[in-house]
Design a protein around this ligand. Structure first.
Ligand code: NAI
Length: 302
């Protein structure tokens, strides 16, 4: 029998960090949600802004407004020492290996020796993120890949490395099923694991169907949405929800990681996606992606 996690720290208050923090609070945990400090002043502007926005999200990410009180906001500069009091640290910062790697060095200096540490990376090497950390740290480290939106999507991929302690993996599997209500799949530490290797492939194919085959965004969403068993939305609406910048990071990380894959070219990020990201068109988080709101109506950018 394992001990359930009672306290957690989520690093990164973006699309996923806020929602993971909310889902852990729904499960009864006290959660510290931290992000970069504000550029001016000593307030937690960034995390507070993100949290306020998250509270208005529809469908709601918290079971009740009261549940939201279990989330304690902070920033890395002033509140990193809180990591010394938590059972589980989840990293959900930008999909960049150097950033995650550096953050883990800081986490190692602060966490309790029995805390579990995990990353929500979409597909970077779990082994590489923990490289340079102590053996004891690496034994308590694994990938916990939640899907967006984490309150509603049932899948949780767990990605152990060759060094992850099997008891840690078993505890996470037990906790994920029993407390977070997840269906667990244990994946290998290969680029983009299982679900996202398929997911990014389908997304990129959708963009190519748009730019090369004359389909519209609406047509592709109809063809790839609820009719084929997706819970709510097709390729482009999902892409807007995920964030086009995150999808581009995923594609750009994956492409060089699979040089011997005969399908490598199919994973090359389309120019349209790069252009949209360059102009700050990031999806729901920036207010416009493949769709935008015009006078209250949602329209595609066809
Ligand atoms: P996001 O772009 O919404 O948020 C990223 C967060 O990282 C921001 O709050 C930002 O302040 C922080 N950040 C940026 N630079 C930083 C730095 N140098 N040091 C520390 N923090 C920094 O990203 P999102 O979508 O929440 O993704 C977070 C992680 O979750 C990524 O690894 C992503 O691949 C993964 N993921 C994303 C999913 C999605 O649907 N968006 C689904 C599953 C996994």
């Amino acid at each position: 029998m394992f001990k359930p996690f009672r306290t957690a720290a989520v690093l990164g208050a973006g699309v996923m960090g806020t929602q993971i923090a909310a889902h852990l609070a729904n499960a009864g945990l006290t959660v510290h949600l931290l992000d970069l400090p504000a550029q001016t002043g000593d307030k937690n502007d960034l995390v507070e802004g993100a949290f306020k926005k998250a509270l208005k999200q529809s469908p709601p990410i918290f079971y009740t407004q009261k549940t939201a009180q279990r989330v304690i906001l902070g920033n890395y500069d002033q509140h990193f020492d809180r990591l010394a009091n938590v059972d589980w640290v989840i990293e959900a910062v930008v999909e960049n290996l150097a950033v995650k790697h550096e953050l883990m060095a800081r986490v190692e200096k602060t966490v309790r020796s029995d805390a579990v540490i995990s990353t929500n990376t979409s597909g970077l090497s779990i082994h590489a993120i923990a490289q340079g950390r102590s053996k004891a740290f690496r034994q308590r480290f694994l990938g916990t890949h939640f899907f967006n939106p984490p309150r509603y999507l049932k899948l949780l991929e767990l990605i152990p490395t060759a060094e992850t302690n099997l008891q840690v993996l078993a505890q996470m599997e037990w906790f994920g099923r029993l407390y977070l209500g997840k269906g667990i799949v244990i994946a290998k530490d290969t680029p983009n694991f299982i679900a996202n290797r398929i997911g990014i492939f389908v997304t990129l194919l959708g963009v190519k169907a748009l730019t090369e085959q004359g389909y519209t965004i609406e047509e592709i969403d109809t063809l790839s949405g609820v009719l084929v068993g997706r819970p709510k939305s097709g390729i482009f609406r999902t892409a807007d929800l995920v964030g086009l910048d995150t999808l581009l990071y995923v594609a750009d990380n994956l492409y060089p990681a699979i040089p011997t894959d005969e399908r490598q070219d199919l994973f090359q990020a389309p120019e349209l996606m790069r252009k949209l990201v360059e102009t700050g068109t990031l999806g729901a988080k920036s207010g416009q992606g493949f769709y935008k709101k015009v006078k209250g109506e949602i329209q595609s950018i066809n």
